[in-house]
Each structure stands twice: as structure tokens, then as C-alpha cells.
Design a protein around this ligand. Structure first.
Ligand code: GLU
Length: 336
């Protein structure tokens, strides 16, 4: 059984409006939604839109439309990060006052050249501590653009992921002191996300496994700001049938593409539930049946593979079971 107590679950789904949601994103949204619903809890929707240049026009509307189409309704108003800057600034000031952060003028190139050994492939360059106050960096000139870094402690940080199990990170080795405010003044994702999760009462952060690496940083920030950290659940990512990770570049796996191709939201919902999970040998079930039977503990820890044939079969099942009048009503708009 999912060990989460009923009345205590506040989940959140936090997409960035940087493009259309693909099936991998929507599967994460679905798992987040199911986790909250099956516990009788709430699920919040937050738009991580602080990095304005990366936001795509129309993306927010598209995301809200996709979630609504699939029946993944959220509770309360949408939380929009660009309207919440005062909360991030307050947290930033608190960290500054506590001496938990320091200004840093280093560029990526400075950091790379300060290291005597090259980075292991696929890892971020660890920060070498150049601008830590104890290393006596040259004073910051008035108006000089600086980033602000969180000073990590040189100890291991152990935490438990609801899906991946026990995790242990050593922030001083990876990634080292990390950025909480960028040189352009934008509050970094790590800090903004922690502030929002804390202030909106999130108890369970369920998100894609690509963010597992951020969790130790976020736990450190929760602690420094005096909050207790939520529970974390990192769900395996999805690949297409050739094994390639789905990304926003896969236009053909966007929810919109399926909607426009005539797939039914009920079939899509059912199909998404079956990715890495099964309800015994039943393959066709309603949303209510899914909520009653779903168990996060049984979701496969392996990458979920998007199998088009299965989706087509399921869609056919739903279409054949549909009353004729309903069928005509749904087909008409697709014929233009
Ligand atoms: N905004 C992030 C993304 O779209 C997710 C952040 C989170 O869930 O913590 O990948």
C-alpha cells in the first residue's frame, strides 16, 4: 500500500511553459494526480515560468487545456511563479542574513579552468569554491553582476525516495555550492521550487526521475529556511518504442497531436495508467476504477515504453463501446 496518510497529501504538478506537454510529462501529471486523489488529498498546479526567455507563447494555455482534456483537474488557482517574486526575495534575504549564500562572479569557463581534473562525462562541473568568502575573492564592485551561491556543507545527505528508495548525496562533491540567484537576477529553480512547495503546503513532490539530482539541494534549502522537506517520489522517464527519451522536441507525442488525431481522452487516461502498472489482467477501466485500485508501490521502477499499438487498441475499445449518438457528436468536430 501507498504509505501516505489520507488527509495529509498535498501534491503538485509543476510544468514549465516552455512547449507542449508530451506523453512523458503527462504521465508524471497523471501519477501526481492519482497519488493525491487516491489519498483523498489535493493536487496543485504550478507554472514554473521564472525563466521568461524560455517560455513559449501559448504554452500555458496549451498545458491547462491538455490537463483539462484528460480530466486531470487541479485544486485551487494555478500558482504562477512570475507573480510570486516577493516570496523568493524574502527567502533570498533570509539566506543572505544567515550567511548561507555568497556572491559569485565566476563564469562557467572560470569554473571549468579552476579544476585540475576534468569532469566525469555527463556530470556538471563542481564549483571549486573560488568566491567563497574564506578564499578572499576581490571585493564585488557596485553594480557588478554576480550570481549568489548556496554554501553546501561537506557532509553526506541521505534521504528516502518513495520510488527509488534510499538515496545518499554529497553536495560538496556534486554539484558544490550551487546557484540560488543568477547573474541576471532571476531566482534559480532550486530556490523558487522550495519556497513554493513550502508555502503552498506541499507534502509530496512527485516528478520525473530527471530531477532526482536536484532533491538533495532542495532538502538543504528547506532546512536552511526552517521548513521540513516534503516526501519525494521520482518516477521513471518514458521512452519511445526505439528507446529514445521523450522530449518536447517529439512533437508527435504531444497531447495535442493525439487529441487532433482523434484519440479519446478516456482511452488516453486508461493507456497512461497502464504504463508501468497493471490492474491484474484488466486492461480497460474507468477513471474511478483506476483511483480505487491504483498503487504507486506497484508502478514499475523501469523506464516506461510508449507502445502505440496498445493505445490504438484501447482507443478502438472505447470507440466501439460508445453509444452511437455520442460517437457522432465526437466525430463531427474532427471532420471540420
Ligand atoms: N518545472 C520543472 C519541469 O518542468 C519541474 C519541477 C519540479 O517538479 O520540481 O521539469
Amino acid at each position: 500500500m501507498n504509505p501516505v496518510a489520507a488527509e495529509t497529501v498535498v501534491g503538485r504538478y509543476a510544468p514549465s511553459p516552455t512547449g507542449p506537454l508530451h506523453l512523458g510529462n503527462i504521465r508524471t501529471a497523471l501519477l501526481c494526480w492519482l497519488q493525491a486523489r487516491l489519498a483523498g488529498g489535493r493536487v496543485l498546479l504550478r507554472l514554473d515560468d521564472l525563466d521568461r526567455p524560455r517560455n513559449q507563447p501559448g504554452s500555458t494555455e496549451q498545458i491547462l487545456g491538455d490537463l483539462t482534456w484528460l480530466g486531470l483537474h487541479w485544486d485551487g488557482d494555478v500558482i504562477v511563479q512570475t507573480t510570486r517574486e516577493q516570496h523568493y526575495q524574502a527567502a533570498f534575504s533570509l539566506l543572505k542574513k544567515a550567511g548561507a549564500i555568497f556572491p559569485c562572479r565566476c563564469s562557467r569557463r572560470d569554473i571549468a579552468s579552476a579544476l585540475s581534473t576534468p569532469n566525469p562525462p555527463g556530470t556538471e562541473t563542481p564549483y571549486p569554491g573560488t568566491c567563497r568568502p574564506e578564499n578572499n575573492p576581490a571585493p564585488i564592485e557596485p553594480g557588478e553582476p554576480v550570481a549568489w551561491r548556496y554554501r553546501v556543507s561537506d557532509t553526506k545527505l541521505a534521504w528516502r525516495d518513495g520510488i527509488l528508495g534510499r538515496q545518499c548525496d554529497h553536495l560538496a562533491r556534486h554539484p558544490g555550492d550551487f546557484i540560488v540567484r543568477r547573474k541576471d537576477g532571476i531566482i534559480a529553480y532550486q530556490l523558487a521550487s522550495v519556497v513554493d512547495d513550502a508555502l503552498t503546503g506541499v507534502t509530496d513532490v512527485l516528478r520525473g526521475a530527471d530531477l532526482v539530482d536536484s532533491t538533495a539541494r532542495q532538502i538543504a534549502l528547506f532546512r536552511s529556511l526552517g521548513y521540513s522537506a516534503p516526501r519525494f517520489w521520482h518516477v521513471p522517464l518514458m521512452t519511445d518504442d526505439s528507446g529514445e527519451k521523450l522530449s518536447k522536441r517529439h512533437g508527435d507525442t504531444s497531447v495535442k497531436a493525439f487529441m487532433e488525431a482523434g484519440y479519446l481522452p478516456e482511452a488516453m487516461f486508461n493507456f497512461m495508467c497502464l504504463l508501468g502498472w497493471s490492474m491484474g489482467d484488466r486492461e480497460v477501466f474507468s477513471k474511478q476504477e483506476a483511483i480505487a485500485a491504483f498503487d504507486l508501490d506497484q508502478v514499475s521502477r523501469n523506464t516506461a515504453i510508449f507502445d502505440t499499438t496498445k493505445l490504438e487498441w484501447l482507443n478502438g475499445e472505447y470507440i466501439r463501446a460508445m453509444p452511437t449518438a455520442d460517437f457522432i457528436g465526437r466525430v463531427r468536430p474532427l471532420l471540420g
